[in-house]
Each structure stands twice: as structure tokens, then as C-alpha cells.
Write a protein that binds this ligand. Sequence first.
Ligand code: AHM
Ligand code: MG
Length: 334
Amino acid sequence: MSLSQYLIEEQLKLPQATGDFTALMSHLVYAAKIVSREVRKAGLLDNILGSTDQTNVQGETVMKLDEYADRIFTHTLTRCGHLCVMGSEEQEEIVPVPTGYKIGKYTIAIDPLDGSSNIDANVSIGTIFSVHLRSSPQGTPGTKEDLLQKGAKQRAAGYIVYGSSTMLVLSVGVGKGVSGFTLDPSCGEFILSHPEMKMPESGGIYSINEGNYNYWSDEVKNYIRDIKSIEGGRKPQSARYIGSLVADFHRNLLKGGIFLYPNDTKSSKYPKGKLRLLYEVAPMALIAEQAGGMAVTVDGQRILDLQPSELHERTTFIVGSKKEVEHFLTFVRK
Ligand code: AHM
Ligand code: MG
């Protein structure tokens, strides 16, 4: 089954559905295919790597791949007629629907190319997106408040991983589960390759930037020491950290495990955690829960219950297999 067929089947299950969401998703998928194509040839093009203040041999301004991805997604989605406003991790302010284009009823918050520090090393990167229904009246331009909604209200969330293959993992909302689609390059379609994805209840992998150990709280340090313990014949968990949230999350979704990005308690760099609530954390939390996993802050609050107050708000993020997150919580709730 292709992703388009899947979306139409989901639409037909809802008698009140208008087809707007299906259309929005098809525009997003179109942009994702273009970005996937550019990611695939990134190593071939001198002018797509490097920093934006460089000029190429023709004297043209160089565009980094993350800025290119941002441009493709924002251009496609704000003109598709189904959004009222958009938020991008790459842009400081909300992205409005340009004058002259139809204003729709959805919002999208997007991280167009996450883990982009890994591009030059040919390591997996991804796109993360979160869809809400607007909260303001229809027909008017969308506002920041339309984007600042709780994760629990997401209408859909998903990510695209540009890895050994390009895969789109999608949840079309609470109670709808998670499905994975792999891009078949021979026909240019995303094909349902992973129906009803379930995160294993427990797992043997932990993913954290352990170089930050000395910045963590005692609770986080104690937890990490515990899962590495060999006392009484215990088997330590395996460390796997790519440094691309999408890739680390995706591996843990398939194999079981836990991903942690706690806050720095002893430096001013990330006092609230590094990852962004709207663009990275809330969509991943919906997918995790819909796949049977859990997603909480370092204090044990459910991510989907957090009320965002700023577009680029950061939070701590602990996500993964249910039993692994529950085990983490026994350390913070002591
Ligand atoms: P980015 O949005 O600038 O790409 O940063 C987000 C990335 C995540 O993909 C990843 O989980 C994290 O930053 C890695 O951070 P660190 O290098 O501090 O371990
Ligand atoms: Mg990011």
C-alpha cells in the first residue's frame, strides 16, 4: 500500500473528513521527496555543503542543506491552501501564508533538517513535523497561539529519516497508532513497510551524550550508573548515540531502548535542555506514545501535557520503551 492509499483509507474511516488533511500530507510528502533527493546527492555538490557566507565558483551565494530544506518545506506548505500558519526551527518568527494564497485550518511546526551537524559526515539526518488544528477562527491569518498548543492536541506527527533508505514514520493522531513507509526510489512512492509499529516494552540500548555527564543532576547520573551496572551479574545496557534525534529515536523505536537529553545543571548552555518542544520533542512524544512507549521531562512530567509558551522553547526529553522510562522515573521520583 502506498502512503497516498493509506491516507485515503484513513480519511474514508471518518465520515466528517473533508480531504484537507490528506491533501496537506501529500504536499508535505512532495517536499520530503525533494529534500530526500537533495540529501542523497549532497556529497556530490560542492555548493550545497559549507556555510552560507561562502560563494561558489560562479559567485552564487551558497545555501546550506538545512536552509534549502527549510525553504522547500515552507514554500510548499504555506502555499498549499491547508495551513493558516507555520513554525520552523530555522526561522525566528511564525511563517504566515503569503498574500493571495488560501488560508486553511491546520498549522505545522517543523524541524526541516534535524541533526544537520551530521550532514558533512554522511550520517543519518531527518525532518520532524507536528500538525495541529488551528485554535483561532477559520479564514483569518493564523497566529502564534495557533502553534502554541499542547502536544496532546496534535492532529498528526511524524518524521522522515534520511538513512540507508528514506523512511517516513507517521501517526495520524491519538488512538491511530504509528505506521512506517519506505521510499521506493524506483517508483518515487512511500510504501507501507512497517504497519502498526510498536516500540518493544523494554530494550537494552541507552542514547545520551555522555560527554555532558558532569553537567547532569545526581538523579540522571545515578540512573546512568545503574543501567551500566554489572553488580550481581547484571548485563549493562549498550550505549548508542548518533547525535541525530531522528536516527537515535528511530533505532530505539525498532529495537527498544531509551533516549535522554537532560538539562545542564552546572553550565548555562542548556539549563532547560537542548531540544525544542514544538519542533522536535512533542511530535516524537506523540509517536512514542502511539507506539506504546513513553515520553517525559527529566522531572517526570508527560511531554504531551506541556503547554508551550514560546515558539523555540526548549525542554528536557526522556523517551523510549515503557519499562525503560518507568525505570528512569524511579530515580527522579525517589
Ligand atoms: P539541531 O536541531 O541543531 O540539529 O540539534 C538537534 C540535535 C538532535 O538531532 C540531537 O539529538 C542533538 O541535537 C544532539 O545534540 P548534542 O550534539 O549536544 O549531543
Ligand atoms: Mg533540530
